[in-house]
Design a protein around this ligand. Structure first.
Ligand code: V0V
Ligand code: CO
Length: 155
């Protein structure tokens, strides 16, 4: 039996690592006129992050299943130096940190990547922004790009 490709519906968000979250949010809002949909602290991921809506059919900032949701810029600042984003900033400075792709079912997508030999960094789905379920795949297995699977909250 052949391996079934993992289906990506769209780009949900691009994660950008920044030193000063509030300053970065202000700068993006002023520069691009983006709307801040949420600012959340995620202790498990070691980040404070803001979701700024770039596009979407519903305009209410809420993602919906089956590829119809919005896209976002996710600005991320670390809760401490010994966190993924803290280490990234120390090694590389500010910049694109990851790409988050919308999937219908994060657990199915995790299995699909694992079956193809791509290291999935999470043993089970984690809590992400806007109520999503998320999991990460290793950047070394995907041409240097940290890749996030995002299953939007039902809604
Ligand atoms: C590290 N490396 C990266 C990278 N972070 N390469 C590309 N993109 C990144 N973001 C490279 C690094 O330069 C090293 O390469 C190598 O990987 C090992 O790095 P390390 O210093 O050992 O860094 P660690 O210990 O942080 O491990 C890296 C991984 C880690 C990717 C395994 O950061 C991780 O588990 N990330 C997943 C969780 C996460 O990132 N959470 C924050 C976003 P060389 O120098 O050896 O070649 S939270 C989020 O997005 C949320 C909540 C949401 O969307 O809802
Ligand atoms: Co993310």
């Amino acid at each position: 039996m052949g391996l079934v490709p993992v289906l990506l519906n769209r780009i949900d968000h691009v994660g950008v690592a920044v030193f000063d979250l509030d300053a970065a949010v202000s700068h993006y809002v002023t520069t691009f006129g983006l709307v801040v949909v949420a600012v959340e602290t995620n202790d498990e991921q070691g980040v404070r992050e803001a979701m700024l809506q770039v596009s979407g059919p519903d305009g209410d900032g809420l993602s919906s299943p089956s590829g119809m949701g919005s896209s976002y810029v996710q600005l991320l600042s670390p809760l401490g130096p010994d966190t993924p984003v803290g280490r990234f900033l120390a090694q590389r400075g500010e910049g694109v940190h990851h790409i988050g792709y919308a999937v219908d079912d994060v657990a199915v997508a995790m299995e699909g990547l694992t079956a193809q030999g791509i290291r999935v960094l999470d043993s089970r789905p984690r809590h992400g922004s806007l109520g999503a379920s998320i999991a990460f795949a290793h950047p070394k297995d995907l041409f240097g790009v940290l890749t996030e699977l995002v299953q939007a909250a039902r809604g």
